[in-house]
Structures are given as structure tokens and as C-alpha cells.
Design a protein around this ligand. Structure first.
Ligand code: DX5
Ligand code: ZN
Length: 220
């Protein structure tokens, strides 16, 4: 079966102390570190890119789960691979014509490919990428509109997670946006196993408690 992965979103961390924030989350029981790459074009916000991943990689061996909210994901594959990214998740809306080339290139750079979709994108759009001879390893179902942390979880997106889990029993399914103690049950029962959580973890007095609560909510 699939294993639970809790991935704090470093977007909610103190970027001026990224290495120590990463170490703190790993101490608190994080499995992965979720890194939100935004280009100010695919989404109306600008965050970090390969240079910051490269700097962080010098301080940690952790799995860096990189979520690319960018218009031209192909341009980022080589720099992100060199920087030490572990997972490279691109958006299906930004890869209509070249997802096969993207997946091949991501794997050739030693990274694990994932595909993300926005709340308004039908789930059918990712089926070909999961069923391909050279498939993605993970589907990221956005549970808020991408661009910002701290937004409200959209329960309607759980139909997509249920559909995916029914069709693909061993697929890694990640959810991202508005996840925390009050929404994890919906995501876990729908079948998500990789849980991104930003504000609920970083805003908690004891992040370790939230991380263990999230982890214990996902059935293995
Ligand atoms: C939103 C990002 C998320 C975000 C999640 O575009 O993809 O990873 O940081 O933050 P919370 O958990 O606060 O919704
Ligand atoms: Zn994200």
C-alpha cells in the first residue's frame, strides 16, 4: 500500500532562516519538505527558484518535494536537478503539449516526476500521465487555488482524490492547501497519502503535535 508522507510547506517558514527552519521541521517528524516555486506568471506570486534549493541542499539530506507553479516547467528541469531537488511536480495546465518530454527529462536528471492540477481542472486530464509507459510517480490535487499559503480548504476537490484512489490503488496522491487538524479527515478518507501543510504546522505552538496528528490520520 501507499505510505503516509507529511510535507510541511516551507512557504510558511521564515525564509531568512531556511536551513534552521528545515531542520526544525525534520526534528518535528516531517517526512518531506515541500518547496513552492512560483514564477509570478503562472500564479500571481513570486517565491524561490533553483538557487535557493541549491543553498538549502547544502544543509539537509531531506527529500525536497518541489512544486513548480510556473508557466514553462521544462526550463526548470535542468537547474532544479543540478540544485538537488528530489521531486519535481509540474502543473498539467502548463504542460499540455510537452508532458512526455518533461517526464523523461525529470527522470533523466534523477528526480521523481509528479503532476499537479488546479481546483478547476478536470481529473481526467491527468489520467494519460499516470497510465503512460513512462508515467508520473505522483498526482498533486490542489485543494486551494495555487499562489498563497493560508487559504481555506476546498472540500469539492475530494471527489478527484476519491476517483484517483479508486482507479490507482498504489499511486502517491498529494493534497496541498488548507490542510490541518480540521480538514485532514476529509483528505485521508478520500485516499490522499501525501499531505502538504503550511500555516497549520508553522502557526502551531507545537508543530510536532500537528505533524503526528496528520500522520496518524492517514491509513497505511
Ligand atoms: C499554495 C502552495 C501551498 C501552500 C500551502 O499555492 O502550493 O503549498 O504553501 O499552505 P497552507 O497549508 O497554509 O494552505
Ligand atoms: Zn505547494
Amino acid at each position: 500500500g501507499v505510505t503516509a508522507k507529511i510535507a510541511p510547506s516551507m512557504l510558511s517558514s521564515d525564509f531568512s532562516n531556511l536551513a534552521s527552519e528545515a531542520a526544525r521541521m525534520l526534528d518535528c517528524g516531517a517526512d518531506w519538505l515541500h518547496m513552492d516555486i512560483m514564477d509570478g506568471h503562472f500564479v500571481p506570486n513570486l517565491t524561490i527558484g533553483a538557487p535557493v534549493i541549491e543553498s538549502l541542499r547544502k544543509h539537509t539530506k531531506a527529500y525536497l518535494d518541489c512544486h513548480l507553479m510556473v508557466t514553462n516547467p521544462l526550463d526548470y528541469v535542468e537547474p532544479m536537478g543540478k540544485a538537488g531537488a528530489s521531486g519535481f511536480t509540474f502543473h498539467v495546465e502548463a504542460s499540455k503539449d510537452n508532458w512526455q518530454e518533461l517526464v523523461q527529462k525529470i527522470k533523466s536528471k534523477g528526480m521523481s516526476p509528479g503532476v499537479a492540477l488546479k481546483p478547476g481542472t478536470p481529473i481526467e486530464e491527468v489520467f494519460p500521465l499516470v497510465e503512460a509507459d513512462n508515467p508520473v510517480d505522483m498526482v498533486l490535487v490542489m485543494t486551494v487555488e495555487p499562489g498563497f499559503g493560508g487559504q481555506k480548504f476546498m472540500p469539492d476537490t475530494m471527489d478527484k482524490v476519491r476517483t484517483l484512489r479508486k482507479k490507482y490503488p498504489s499511486l502517491d496522491i498529494e493534497v496541498d492547501g488548507g490542510l490541518g487538524p480540521s480538514t485532514i479527515a476529509m483528505a485521508a478518507s478520500a485516499g490522499a497519502n501525501c499531505i502538504v501543510a503550511g500555516s497549520s504546522v508553522f502557526g502551531a505552538p507545537e508543530p510536532a503535535h500537528v505533524i503526528s496528528l496528520l500522520k496518524n490520520s492517514v491509513e497505511e
